[in-house]
Design a protein around this ligand. Structure first.
Ligand code: URA
Ligand code: SF4
Length: 209
């Protein structure tokens, strides 16, 4: 079973979001609170793709509302991209975590390839509906899911890449995940954040409108 079994044909974004609430395409739905779908308008020329919702996103039901999301919003602002130009989503739509005991802190666990494969049909449909000019992959999970296993964030970040997609040729950009900026040790963190902002400026400059 994958998410494909739950996707209504020819859906718009609202229908897709509603259908995703009941997805059982892999086992991640069960311990999680809810499906975390996307945020932002279907008219956005830029799609930002993250990894999976975190603890806060799982509780609130919206992507990028926790610490990493707040850092991302700040970086998007600093890069001069208006928020209505951005659609935010994730490769995997349920929070994967480990927990020592009920009530203990939930610790993020990177999704496995089978979770990404199971969940990707949602993202493919989102990209079909939004049909952006540019897709920004935040971190290794999104980059590999969209551009293949040979992508390396440190090596490939910050350069526009044109790739053939089912929608025709589209531009892609790889950058750091905001969580990895937050995890960067003290003296190097400003540098990592500046790299994220610089990459988002490249994204802004790629828009034709
Ligand atoms: N990290 C992500 O990749 N996505 C979110 O929605 C939040 C944190
Ligand atoms: Fe469905 Fe994706 Fe959630 Fe798995 S992670 S149940 S495929 S929405």
């Amino acid at each position: 079973m994958t998410a494909a079994d739950f996707i209504p044909p020819h859906a718009n974004l609202d229908k897709l979001r509603a259908a995703a609430r009941d997805c059982r395409g892999c086992e991640l739905w069960e311990p999680a609170t809810q499906t975390v779908f996307s945020a932002g308008p279907a008219t956005a020329p830029i799609v930002l793709v993250g990894e999976q919702p975190g603890d806060q996103e799982d509780r609130q039901g919206a992507p990028f509302v926790g610490p990493a999301g707040q850092l991302l919003v700040k970086a998007v602002d600093e890069a001069g991209i208006p928020h209505d130009q951005i659609y935010r989503t994730n490769v995997v739509k349920h929070f994967r975590f480990t927990q020592a005991a009920p009530g203990k802190r939930r610790i993020h666990q990177t999704p496995e390839l089978r979770h990404m494969t199971a969940c990707k049909p949602w993202l493919v449909e989102e990209l079909r509906i939004v049909d952006p000019e540019l897709i920004v992959c935040l971190g290794a999970v999104a980059s590999k899911a969209l551009l293949g296993p040979s992508i390396r964030v440190t090596k490939d970040r910050g350069t526009l890449m044109e790739r053939e997609t089912t929608l025709g040729p589209r531009q892609f950009l790889v950058t750091l995940h905001p969580s990895s900026v937050l995890r960067t040790p003290g003296d190097k963190r400003d540098e990592a954040y500046a790299a994220l902002v610089a990459d988002l400026r490249v994204a802004a400059s790629a828009l034709t409108g």
